[in-house]
Every structure is written in structure tokens, then in C-alpha cells.
Design a protein around this ligand. Structure first.
Ligand code: KIV
Ligand code: ZN
Length: 512
């Protein structure tokens, strides 16, 4: 007999809490579609009460996604819960996830509430939520650092009020695998009605143990839901990474003996999409989705793999979506071939006009670059100009000049609310000159806190993918741009970051 392990993805909620990772409604919708293709069981689409933007994103995802349960986070108060229920209306399957902190530190210093008040609020909130939606998850925030006796009282009470999933967060990433596993096991053994709920793990990665802790929560603690994010995205050091936890359960089925719904062939596309949307680059040696994850550089390894693959490979690259033949299309490829490749990559563009825009851009790219790789296509479709979103700033063209001993100059044309603007500047290098030319017109005053260039597909022929992180008035945003010319990619990334800075985002922090 095997049990099923529920995969609860929180890329769009906890992942989005990383500085600069905030996403637009359309970006979230695109990622939600990819998560549905991955066959994720539950998608935490956002925190509906945090902002109008998040409310609309949860609402749009609840309408569009049919095969996964859609969840909204909500603090433990009636207003947040009602807002979550409202956003989830129309979902095929909806869940409200409500939380309140239970550690002595959080209750005293953050909430300024007594344990008895927290207990009452937790009960009242679950009761209220249960009248709106049947599927209720409750999280005692900072649960792992909470007093076990108090936690038992809270959890027993919320199960009695109708909570169907109990999630035990290691909010600050303090746990150690064996201790966390036993913590959950003890709670389950001590709480008389613990069998009336599914138990869930939610681990942060501050000590690099989020995946190990989650797996211990499953194996030792008996949890049957794991909360995770694509690429381990999340605040500070991030969350438990979906691709790692899923491949661990699948590859070591002999040990875990658990079934999963996940279609792992969509993992790499999901990873690329999240990285390109948020500007959080995946490190090359990242397990499963890093560019080197299946590359064998040493002669001994290469020799072994050629003789028998399983000498050094415990998973097959194609099982997680790395395609064997990566050169896919070229200059002569037609619209149908392009459309089919998009489908094979698991990308669905919303409308014919989006496909047409993407195809035009594909043709432009194919004129400049003879071989088009999957990564190029994914970069192209994640570019915001394909989805026809109305953005304040748009790239038009760039001329730049640099020569040894001369000061580099750039002349750029871009649009501001649809009107063309011409601007030029000198700089320390061509990238600096181009960004200064933009800034001299826009005068955003933003501080650049990160600039990184990454080759999308390995060689100098590759497109460059640039991430620019800007900070202004306490807000941090990431912009991403790609182009075979890295100066152009940089200008696109800068404009994309400016667009994000302009967008209104008066959001309430989930754990604030
Ligand atoms: O880390 C945490 O405690 C959370 C809760 C809101 C579940 O993200
Ligand atoms: Zn969290």
C-alpha cells in the first residue's frame, strides 16, 4: 500500500515574497498554467487581502485553472478570510489557508497578544472560514519554535473547528531534519483528533536544510503534504525546492514509498519560466534544474556514462524536461512548427495575437542567430512585450560606440506611454552609457543593487539574459531582458525594472 504525497506549490505567494520577485497578474497566470501542467495538487496563488493586485491575480487563477486546487493565504481575521473566499469564488476546487503566530516570541513581540487570545482567534477564524469554503488549512506561524503543549491545544482546537490540513511551518529555517520529523510525529501522537487532518510541512532554507527537513517531516513525522516553490524561491534563503523534493521522493521511491501526481517532464520549463519572470538566476550547480545538473565534465564520469548511464546518473535528464536535442528551430521554421514547439515546451500563449507577436520576434531572432534553442524560445515568450501588457516604458532601438581609449557613448530610443524618446549619454562602458541615457530622461532616482548577465544557452552565440535589481523608496524590483546583444539586453532589463517600479504595489506583508 502506498500513500499519496500532496505537492502544495507556493511560488506565487511565499516565493513572491523574495525582494524583487513580485509578479504581475499575467505573469502569475502564466506560471499557474505551468504549475497545472506540472500537475501540482495545490497552487497557493497569493494573499488576496494584501493588495488589489493580488486579489485580482488569485481571482484570475481561480477562474483559469481547473485541475489544481487554488488556495489563498489569509491572516486569521474575518476581513482577510472573506476577501480570500471572494477571490476564490468560481474555482473548481478552493482552499483558504489561514495562519497566526504561536511562538512565545512572535505572540509577545509581534502580535502583542496572550496565548489565550491567539488560541481564541485561531478557533474563531477557522470557524468563520469553514462556513465559506470546505477546504481549510491552518498554519501556526513559527510553529517549530512554539511550545509543544500550547501548539497541541491550538491544533486540536482548530481541527475541532473544521481545519482539514495542519501545516507546521519552520518559518525561520531553524529546524534540523531528525528534530523536525520527531516534532511533527509527537504532535500527531499527542493530539487526539490528529487523524482528522492531513499534516503538512513548510520549511525555509536559512540553514540550507529546507528539503532535508521537509523529507524528514514526511518520513519520520508522517506528513502527507509538502509546501515548496520552484527553484526554492522565497524570502531570505528561500523555501523548500519543488524540483528537489519531488525528484527525491520519485528517485528514492524504494525508501519513501509514496505516490506523486507530478508530471516531472515539465520541471525544467517551470524553472526557466520562474527564473526569467522574477530575475532570480538558477545557479549552474543547482540540483535537477541547474545547467550542470546532468553535465559530466570529468573523463572518468563521461566514460562511465557512455558505457552505462546509471554508473553516474541517478535520474534521467529527459524525465525532468531537459531535451536531448536542444537545437529546435531556425530561420526557415514556419508558424506551425513554432506553435508546436511552444506546446511541447508546455507554453500556452493566450491569444492568436500573442502567438503572432511571439512568432514575429522569433523570426527577428532567427535572422540574427542561426540556431534557436529551447531556452531562447522560453526567454522570448516570457518577455513582457509578447503578452501585450501595457507598460509605461518600452525598448525601441539602441546605438552604442566603444573603442579602446575612447569614452563609450550610447544613443537610445525608447517609448514612454507610447511616445518615442531619444536620449544619449557617455558612460564607463557601453552598458553604463545606455542605462545612463535612459536614466537621464526618466530620472527615477532608483539605486541599482544588482546587475547580472547570464548566457541563456552556453556559447558566445547565445542570447544574453540580464537581470537588473532596482531599489527606490523601500521597494525592490527585478527587471529581466534578453537579446543576443548584451547591451540591448541590459537596456531592456532596465526598462522592465522601471516598469515594475512604476506599478502600484501597496501590499500588506504576509508575516508583518
Ligand atoms: O513561513 C511561514 O510561516 C509561512 C506561513 C504564512 C505559512 O509562510
Ligand atoms: Zn513561509
Amino acid at each position: 500500500m502506498t500513500d499519496k504525497l500532496i505537492i502544495f506549490d507556493t511560488t506565487l505567494r511565499d516565493g513572491e515574497q523574495s525582494p524583487g520577485a513580485s509578479m504581475t497578474k499575467d505573469e502569475k497566470l502564466r506560471i499557474a498554467r505551468q504549475l497545472e501542467r506540472l500537475r501540482v495538487d495545490v497552487i497557493e496563488a497569493g494573499f488576496a487581502a494584501s493588495s488589489n493586485g493580488d486579489f485580482e491575480a488569485v481571482q484570475a487563477i481561480a477562474h483559469a485553472i481547473k485541475d489544481s486546487t487554488i488556495c489563498s493565504l489569509s491572516r486569521a481575521n474575518d476581513r482577510d478570510i472573506a476577501r480570500a473566499a471572494e477571490a476564490l469564488k468560481g474555482a473548481n476546487s478552493a482552499r483558504i489557508h489561514t495562519f497566526i503566530a504561536t511562538s512565545a516570541l512572535h505572540m509577545e513581540k509581534k502580535l502583542r497578544m496572550t496565548p489565550e487570545e491567539v488560541l481564541e482567534q485561531a478557533k474563531q477564524s477557522v470557524r468563520f472560514a469553514r462556513n465559506l469554503v470546505g477546504d481549510i488549512e491552518f498554519s501556526p506561524e513559527d510553529g517549530y519554535r512554539s511550545d509543544p503543549d500550547f501548539l497541541c491545544r491550538v491544533i486540536e482546537a482548530v481541527i475541532a473547528e473544521g481545519a482539514t490540513t495542519i501545516n507546521v511551518p519552520d518559518t525561520v529555517g531553524y529546524a534540523i531534519p531528525e528534530l523536525y520529523g520527531n516534532f511533527i510525529k509527537n504532535l500527531r501522537e499527542r493530539i487526539p483528533n490528529s487523524d482528522k487532518a492531513i499534516w503538512s510541512v513548510h520549511c525555509h532554507n536559512d540553514l540550507g536544510m529546507a528539503v532535508a527537513n521537509s523529507l524528514a517531516g514526511v518520513k519520520i513525522g508522517g506528513a502527507r503534504q509538502v509546501e515548496c516553490t520552484i527553484n526554492g524561491l522565497g524570502e531570505r534563503a528561500g523555501n523548500c525546492s519543488l524540483e528537489e523534493v519531488v525528484m527525491a521522493i520519485k528517485t528514492r521511491r524504494d525508501y519513501f514509498n509514496l505516490d506523486l501526481n507530478i508530471d516531472t517532464r515539465h520541471i525544467v520549463a517551470a524553472s526557466r519560466m520562474v527564473s526569467q519572470t522574477t530575475g532570480f538566476v538558477v545557479q549552474p550547480n543547482k540540483a535537477v534544474v541547474g545547467a550542470n545538473a546532468f553535465a559530466h565534465a570529468s573523463g572518468i564520469h563521461q566514460d562511465g556514462v557512455l558505457k552505462a548511464r546509471d554508473t553516474y546518473e541517478i535520474m534521467r535528464a529527459e524525465d525532468v524536461g531537459w531535451s536531448a536535442n536542444k537545437i529546435v528551430l531556425g530561420k526557415l521554421s514556419g508558424r506551425n512548427a513554432f506553435k508546436q514547439r511552444l506546446q511541447e515546451l508546455g507554453v500556452s500563449l493566450e491569444s492568436e495575437s500573442e502567438i503572432n507577436t511571439a512568432f514575429t520576434r522569433f523570426k527577428e531572432l532567427a535572422d540574427r542567430k542561426s540556431e534557436i534553442f529551447d531556452e531562447d524560445i522560453l526567454a522570448l515568450v516570457s518577455d513582457e512585450s509578447v503578452t501585450l501588457e501595457k507598460e509605461q516604458f518600452g525598448f525601441v532601438s539602441l546605438f552604442q560606440q566603444s573603442e579602446t581609449g575612447e569614452s563609450p557613448r550610447a544613443r537610445i530610443v525608447f517609448t514612454v506611454d507610447g511616445k518615442e524618446v531619444h536620449s544619449e549619454s557617455e558612460g564607463n562602458g557601453p552598458v553604463d552609457a545606455s542605462l545612463k541615457a535612459i536614466e537621464s530622461h526618466v530620472q527615477s532616482g532608483a539605486e541599482m543593487v544588482l546587475y547580472s548577465v547570464n548566457a541563456i544557452s552556453g556559447s558566445t552565440e547565445s542570447q544574453g539574459e540580464v537581470t537588473v535589481r532596482l531599489q527606490n523608496s523601500g521597494r525592490v524590483v527585478n527587471g529581466v531582458g534578453s537579446d543576443p546583444d548584451i547591451v540591448v539586453a541590459s537596456a531592456k532589463a532596465y526598462l522592465s525594472a522601471l516598469n515594475k517600479l512604476q506599478s502600484k504595489a501597496d501590499r500588506v506583508a504576509a508575516q508583518g
